[in-house]
Design a protein around this ligand. Sequence first.
Ligand SMILES: Cc1ncc(COP(=O)(O)O)c(C=O)c1O
Ligand SMILES: N[C@@H](CCCC[NH3+])C(=O)O
Length: 421
Amino acid sequence: MDHFLYRDGTLFAEDVPVAEIAATVGTPFYLYSTATFERHFRLFDEALEGMDHLVCYAMKAASNQAILKTLGDLGAGMDVVSGGEYARARAAGIPGDRIVFSGVGKTRDEMRMALTGGIRQFNVESEPEMEALNAVALELGVIAPITVRVNPDVDAKTHAKIATGKSENKFGIPISRARDVYAHAASLTGLKVIGIDVHIGSQLTDLEPFRLAYQKVAELTEALRSDGHTITRLDLGGGLGIPYERSNTAPPLPVEYGAMVKETLGHLGCEIEIEPGRLVAGNAGILVSEVIYVKQGEDREFLIIDGAMNDLIRPAMYEAYHDIIPVVEPAPGLEGATYDIVGPVCESGDTFAKGRDMPTLAAGDLIAFRSAGAYGAVMSSEYNTRPLIPEVLVKGDQFAVIRPRPTYEEIINRDTLPAWL
Ligand SMILES: Cc1ncc(COP(=O)(O)O)c(C=O)c1O
Ligand SMILES: N[C@@H](CCCC[NH3+])C(=O)O
């Protein structure tokens, strides 16, 4: 169910006209739907019904505290990958026992922070990390619950920059070495091994790579149990993709994913954890921007908009496709146009789409990038001293700015001049 729909030719977010928010907040801005976040969380939660489970939202996808609290209030856990994310999740009221800590480069300070603040488990990604965590836990006089992230050497069939489960990727320990690594972990008295973790990549549009990886996890569970380890929890990562291009066949649904999880792992009696990010947040957000100029080039027309690569980096970074739609639907019968859609940043890579068929647009018209809720605002920067754009959350007929646009003064005042200047 889409919560960004046209009513009488104008785009709404739930029950609020997008143009009304634009008039209040100014463009560009990110706009999220509470109902979509809630629906997507519930789809995963229901997909795992019948198994002991926890859905830990991968908050790297969209980490505003209003979003975290919305999901946390439904019972979501969080997958965090830094001390900053841990602090943010806690500030949003997520209890420590619902937070899992992932990532290849956890520092001792981050480990200390999570061990003292409360943590569900660490997903450990290497033996040096294991040693460090053991040392920190012993120093604090606590025991750190861990899974070990295994790299199953499975091709996730996604963009190379977001595949994580092949042997050439930096993530996890090679599954072929897992029994030795678990033996090592079991010898460290500051650690308690509770399970296995796997995450093979993002924007997967086929269940087969997941199935292959989870079958390997099932085999490993049995092998580790026969070695005497107590394996009670399986963290299966995130990665289920979303339909960025509406004309393409849709990726599998959470319910189909859930059925596959039950099929491959149900017999083991483990608690299941999953870490979806993109599917929860992606279609819960749009990026709203205004056309500044329509510029005639030699052989093409450029639509120059006030949003840029610093606001949404995905097209520049992964050649990612986003549907771009007008906020006001064109009158029927009106002829369209083909544009290169670009931002104001001084790089040719600041291009959102080339040769995109659109309705004919003019300066001052509003457009919306669909599926921008995940890896949008969180990956934005202030390149070209463009202020981080606001985030706005809609719930029914209400909306609230959940991150305001900083003033130029606020940005400039973050710099400090050395005494010699
Ligand atoms: C360890 C881990 N868990 C979960 C996720 C979330 O992935 P996605 O947003 O594709 O669901 C990621 C990112 O790929 C990740 O690295
Ligand atoms: N940033 C990537 C996803 C990375 C997933 C990280 N775990 C994207 O926008 O598609």
